[in-house]
Design a protein around this ligand. Structure first.
Ligand code: F6R
Ligand code: MN
Length: 182
């Protein structure tokens, strides 16, 4: 029997033609509340890595993409390392995230700017509804890895979050994560 082109080995995607993207401190201008703290850090420090399998062309109706995000532990000021966060460009597209390793928090915000959180840990399954921005923060001291499956025609709208942000931030408050409205 033929083996599949892509395999998941130790929370990593293995195979040919995978999309790989690293996001560093230097790429995350104005993403964290404490911009001075971000500037003071080594700009080449990796915050997260994404490996994705895109078996169909981006934009294909009915297609699915699959990826793993590895979010390194760390903080920028009092804010945990986190992904940039986005709505989907095709806003009515939903997504699944699920925790593979480490401890984190999935931060979700609807179009009315109501923000809520879900604890992310190995085995936690998260349904991200349509019209909902999503970002993940690593609240632990070890790597946080999660998998994602999303429609090939969802796309990413980073502009809305770049312009208006989320309505709340997850901050280390006396040693534990607290969601604070902004
Ligand atoms: C795809 C998706 C994830 C993220 C990844 C990085 O729709 O939600 O694969 O793209 O976790 O986060 P962003 O894209 O917000 O930098
Ligand atoms: Mn998404």
């Amino acid at each position: 029997m033929k083996t599949t082109a892509i395999q998941i080995i130790k929370n990593s995607l293995q195979g040919e033609a995978l999309l790989k993207k690293n996001t560093c401190i230097g790429d995350l201008k104005n993403v964290f509340v404490d911009e001075a703290a971000r500037i003071a850090l080594p700009q080449e420090r990796i915050v997260y890595e994404v490996e994705a399998y895109l078996p169909v062309k981006e934009g294909t109706e009915g297609g699915l993409f699959w990826g793993i995000t590895k979010l390194y532990p760390g903080k920028v000021g009092n804010e945990y390392h986190m992904t940039r966060g986005h709505f989907h460009a095709q806003s009515d597209r939903a997504e699944y995230y699920w925790g593979l390793e480490g401890d984190g928090v999935l931060i979700l915000m609807d179009r009315k700017r109501y923000t809520w959180v879900e604890e992310m840990k190995p085995g936690s399954l998260h349904y991200i509804p349509a019209h909902t921005a999503h970002r993940v923060a690593n609240t632990g001291n070890t790597m946080l890895s999660f998998a994602a499956c999303w429609p090939a025609d969802a796309g990413h709208d980073y502009e809305e979050i770049a312009k208006n942000g989320f309505s709340a931030r997850l901050l280390d408050t006396e040693g534990s994560p607290k969601l604070k409205s902004v």
